[in-house]
Design a protein around this ligand. Structure first.
Ligand code: IPD
Ligand code: CA
Ligand code: CA
Length: 264
C-alpha cells in the first residue's frame, strides 16, 4: 500500500527501533531468572529505542521539535512541528516478558496531532493514521466497533501504579463500569489500548494520569477510525488533561456519563 512520505519516515524509524526492542525482549526473558532481574537492562533498552527514533526522525525531518518520555523535550528550528514519542509504552509488560508493549509516535503541527503510529514489534502489528486519510492496521482500514449496548461491550482501563494516582477513585470507577459491561480488561499499554479501540477490538477505554506521549498517536488513530476521544470531562483534550475516555460515539458518551460524576 502507498503511504505518504511522512508515514514512510515514521514507519521506517519505528521498525528499526522495534527490531532493537524485540532483540532486547529476548534478553529480558533470559534475565528473568537471574537474581538481579532485568530492570536496568530494560531502562537501557528504552533509552536506546528513543535515541534511534530521535536520530531517524530528526534526520528525515530536520528542525522538528522532539518530546520523548526518556530524553525530555528537544527544541528544533521549526517551531510548528513536534514529534511526541514514547519509545516503549508498556514497560512493566516488557520487563516481565509480556508481549503487549509498543512504540508510539505522534506528530503535532501548530498544536494539532496530524499523524500517528503505534507499533508492537512483538507481534508486528502496525497502526497508522494521518489526518483526513483514515486509520490502518497493517495496511487494512480499521473502524471502531459499532456496539450500542454497554452490556455487550468490552472496555479496558488503567490502574494507578504504586504511589501514583488515586487508588480509591480507580476502584470506584472500575466498580461502576464493571456492573454495566460484558467485560473489563487491563492490558498495561495505553497506546495499544487506544489502538485496540480504533481496531474495534475494544469498545471503549479510559484511564487517568497519562502523559501526551501515551495518547498522541492513539488520539488521531481513533478519530480517523471514526471514534471519539476526550478527557474524562467529555469535552476536554486528553493531551491537556492527562485523562482519556474513548470509544464509538455511544460508548464514549456512556463512559463519560458514568465516570464524570465520580471524579470530574
Ligand atoms: C504506562 C502504560 C500503562 C499506563 C501507565 C503508563 P509506560 O506507560 O501506558 O498502561 O497504565 O500509566 O505510564 O510507563 O509503560 O511507558
Ligand atoms: Ca507510556
Ligand atoms: Ca514509556
Amino acid at each position: 500500500m502507498l503511504h505518504s512520505a511522512l508515514i514512510n519516515v515514521m514507519v521506517k524509524a519505528a521498525r528499526r527501533a522495534g527490531r532493537s526492542l524485540k532483540r532486547d525482549l529476548g534478553e529480558v526473558e533470559h534475565l528473568q531468572v537471574s537474581l538481579k532481574g532485568p530492570a536496568n537492562f530494560v531502562t537501557a533498552a528504552d533509552k536506546r529505542a528513543e535515541e534511534m527514533l530521535y536520530t531517524d526522525l530528526s534526520k528525515a525531518r530536520p528542525g522538528y521539535g522532539f518530546i520523548g518520555e526518556e530524553g525530555g523535550s528537544r527544541e528544533g528550528a521549526d517551531k510548528s512541528h513536534t514529534w511526541i514519542v514514547d519509545p516503549l509504552d508498556g514497560t512493566t509488560n516488557f520487563l516481565h516478558g509480556i508481549p503487549q508493549f509498543a512504540i508510539s509516535i505522534g506528530l503535532q503541527r501548530e498544536g494539532v496531532i496530524i499523524a500517528g503510529l503505534i507499533y508492537n514489534p512483538a507481534n508486528d502489528e502496525l497502526y497508522i493514521a494521518e489526518r483526513g486519510k483514515g486509520a490502518f492496521l497493517n495496511d487494512q482500514r480499521i473502524r471502531v466497533a459499532g456496539r450500542r449496548q454497554m452490556e455487550s461491550s468490552v472496555v479496558a482501563c488503567g490502574m494507578p501504579h504504586i504511589g501514583r494516582g488515586d487508588l480509591e477513585l480507580s476502584r470506584a470507577e472500575m466498580t461502576a463500569i464493571q456492573a454495566k459491561v460484558a467485560g473489563l480488561r487491563r492490558f498495561g499499554a495505553a497506546s495499544l489500548d487506544m489502538a485496540f479501540v480504533a481496531a474495534g477490538r475494544l469498545d471503549g477505554y479510559w484511564e487517568r494520569n497519562l502523559q501526551p506521549w501515551d495518547m498522541a498517536a492513539g488520539q488521531i488513530i481513533i478519530r480517523e477510525a471514526g471514534g471519539v476521544v476526550s478527557g474524562i470531562a467529555g469535552d476536554d483534550d486528553c493531551l491537556k488533561t492527562g485523562t482519556v475516555v474513548c470509544g464509538n460515539e455511544y460508548v464514549h458518551g456512556e463512559l463519560v456519563k458514568m465516570l464524570k460524576p465520580l471524579g470530574g
